[in-house]
Ligand binder design. Structure first.
Ligand code: SF4
Length: 396
């Protein structure tokens, strides 16, 4: 690790809530701090809003914009049950409250209109793809070679949504193309994020998800990110590029090798060097900042190893999509706690500081999780508008 990361100051933990929160402590809080705290502690919801259950990505979460920033927030689960935050309806839009104090404005998503449509064969569009805020999203193959084996990733819920009957096992390129057009026309989707379970094949599923991405892009015109495990042959990444997708996600999940071996034994066997080799090839093909990796915080990892790995990834042009663990109901980690803001905030701030030095930011990514940003707190740290103290009003 270089001095650049080591020397970045750790944010002093603001005083905790309760009475003192209203007595002046909030002045030390800016919007990004609030967003990180809400992501860690969840929120009570007093209004109707779109919520995602099961699966991967923004699972068991409500999806909203807080002061214009996209945020996925644990709602309706154990975390949210003890949260001090509440989303309330107002004359226009919504407000985020703590007790009777209004902290920020919010906008929540209605149910997407395309969810009510079906294919000619009677498959509900909602079983083919979802809308995560403004991103068209689908797991194109809802099975994984690791699932129900000792290699299954402990944080993953890919088989949970399948057994719930909410989705179908395999989406065809034609289905996805049809639904993506409706998502653009009826609900204003701005990009597509397609992922897949890992396969036994040499491409680990990359070719099929790329074919799906190609079909979506050709039909809807959306920029597309596809996500897959490092293929056994790096030239397959060039094939994915030839299919016209815009960006890729190749997800290591953690840079701590001991934690990787515990939470994702299959990925650990592929090895971290293989991830770096795949990222380097992918950056050659897709460009700086068009390749991203999930980095999950709160699985017992060493923060220094995390920061070292993030720095190495950024140095080769990879966007580290740092997120707090959101335990998926039905996954092997469903009872793990989400990490507190006091843990994630110093890491976010250091990662953001290093990315700023290297010219890496969320605006570079054309599509995918790094473009959407709702599951991470990183984007809220990029903007100077989030660095001003919150304006507080007491509910009339
Ligand atoms: S590789 Fe891991 S995270 Fe990806 S689908 Fe398979 S079990 Fe889930």
């Amino acid at each position: 690790m270089t001095a650049l990361i080591d020397d970045y100051p750790v944010l002093v933990e603001p005083p905790e809530a309760d009475g003192r929160f209203l007595a002046g402590a909030p002045a030390a809080w800016d919007l990004s701090t609030l967003i990180m705290d809400i992501q860690a502690r969840g929120m009570h919801v007093e209004v109707e809003m779109e919520r995602r259950s099961g699966g991967a990505g923004p699972t068991d979460s409500g999806m909203m914009w807080i002061e214009g920033f996209p945020v996925t927030v644990p709602t309706g689960n154990d975390v949210a049950a003890t949260s001090p935050y509440t989303l309330r309806g107002e004359d226009e839009g919504y407000g985020v409250y703590r007790g009777e104090v209004r902290l920020a404005s919010a906008r929540a998503e209605r149910r997407p209109r395309f969810y009510d449509l079906k294919t000619a064969d009677g498959v509900p569009y909602e079983a083919i793809a979802l809308l995560h805020l403004d991103s068209f999203a689908s797991t194109v193959v809802q099975t994984c070679t690791y699932w129900n084996t000792s290699d299954q990733c402990t944080f993953c819920g890919i088989g949970v949504s399948l057994s719930s009957g909410r989705t179908i096992v395999k989406k065809t390129p034609e289905m996805l193309a049809e639904v993506s057009v409706a998502a653009v026309e009826l609900d204003g989707a701005v990009d597509a994020t397609l992922t897949t379970g890992s396969s036994k094949g040499v491409d680990r599923g990359a070719r099929y998800v790329a074919r799906c991405g190609q079909a979506v892009k050709e039909a809807s015109g959306l920029p597309v990110q596809v996500q897959f495990e490092p293929p056994a042959k790096l030239d397959i990444i060039n094939e994915v590029g030839d299919m016209g997708v815009d960006s890729v996600g190749i997800h290591i999940e953690t840079f701590d090798p001991d934690v990787l071996a515990r939470v994702a034994p299959g990925k650990a066997r592929i090895g971290m060097d293989a991830y770096f080799a795949a990222w380097e090839r992918a950056v050659d093909v897709f460009g700086y900042g068009q390749v991203s990796t999930y980095v999950i915080l709160g699985m017992g990892e060493d923060p220094d190893l995390t920061l070292e790995g993030v720095q190495r990834a950024v140095d080769i042009g990879v966007y580290p999509f740092v997120v707090p663990l959101k335990p998926v109901a039905g996954s092997l980690m469903e009872h793990w706690p989400s990490p507190p803001r006091a843990y994630v905030e110093p890491i976010y701030r250091r990662v953001q500081a290093y990315m700023a030095l290297k010219g890496m930011h969320s605006g570079i990514a054309k599509a995918g999780c790094a473009r959407c940003q709702a599951c991470s707190g990183l984007q809220s740290l990029e903007s100077s508008s989030t660095a001003v103290p919150l304006t507080l009003t007491v509910r009339p």
